[in-house]
Design a protein around this ligand. Sequence first.
Ligand code: UD1
Length: 424
Amino acid sequence: MSDAVFSINGKRKLNGEVTVQGSKNSALPCLTACGLCDRGTCRLKNCPCLSDVHNTIDILEELGARCCYDSSAAVAEVSPETLFGDTIPADMMNRMRSSILFLGSLLCRKGEVHVGYPGGCALGARPIDLHLKAFKKLGVDVEESRGVIHCRIRDKLRPTSVSLICPSVGATENIMLLMAKSDGETVIRNAAREPEIVDLQNFINAMGGNVSGAGTDTIVINGVKSLNGAEFEIMPDRIVAITYMAAAVGCGGRILLRGVNPEHTAMCSSVLRDMGADIKCTDDGICLSMQGRPSAVKKIKTLYYPGFPTDAQPQFMAVSSIAKGTTVFVESIFENRFRHASELNRMGADIDVNQCQATVRGKEGLSGTPVEAFDLRGGAAMVTAGLMADGTTCVSGIEHIERGYVDIASDFKSLGADIDMKIV
Ligand code: UD1
């Protein structure tokens, strides 16, 4: 764990504007998709400067690709013509969950891969059985032994129809990557519908691929023979936008978030309106104003997109902890995603957790105290709580937060918050 903390003096209203960074959950699969390209260079704009992005680029370089990342311009360039490797060291796989997507892109390129199991936030078991089951059906032999996954295309990929038992984001993306270059039509049924899947489709198509249906529950991949370098702009990060919107509802004030696609935040905007926010869509983003203490909504249940995102549950729990009334959170995507609740309780919140349900009885306010970020969005919730609380909150474990937010302290500072990174 790093020695750096966020030190926050809370109770300031948020006022001002921020341009929202590029999406982590789109940048990572798109970077991985660069490994499919046969000729030329892929140029990804609005690619956020995050540890997970650096880790993905490290893997591409380890495999032999030439990569260049310009952090000030947020542009990544990947030239994969020299990508000859088929093995990813366990420690590189273990740094993040999305490393599992290299299974699809490397298999498609090399026909055989050896990788360890992916890491990522500790939110429960996070299996990859759906990925592997689909791969087997599509013509891949899979062996797992002593922490290594060995996959090999039997003789050739066998495009066919695959039905996912649940609409897994990662499994949908992995199948798209595996089958982008194949001989025939693959149909994914009960596919994930997240906007990041649409971004991946658009990038594959910009490289010369033929994928359609992303954003619906049926995706059709017409395999092509080869893919070329392309330039593509990563979508804005909807979860970062939602984090800042939730914080403004907890603190009060008026913020303008530039670059956000309001459609991507529609479910959360609807809940925040019920909590008392005034939210307007402008030509280039979202304007949110909030006065007074938020009202509690009775129930928030996380669901697959376009339902309420599990990645926003911790931040909304922080805001609900000071709302008028009681909110019941039901976490239906991940089994262990309430670790932030005990930290919020240490700040004076009143939250009971019972398996996948948390009951939050809103209090008048929270008190600043040292708290820990255990995972990425739980960490964002601790920052949100610190901004709302009386006194000083020190958030440790900020390396988790830095996996998903380019510079959360600067963003909140530009909205008028008193937050600094300190070395302790
Ligand atoms: C992605 C996001 C993550 C988000 C999650 C759900 C990225 C890099 N991460 O994660 O931020 O919280 O979607 O919106 O895009 N499952 C299985 N077997 C599998 C795969 C998944 O049982 O083989 C289960 C998981 O345990 C979980 C659910 O399906 O309960 C959803 O997981 P999935 O959509 O795959 O999430 P990720 O792709 O890991």
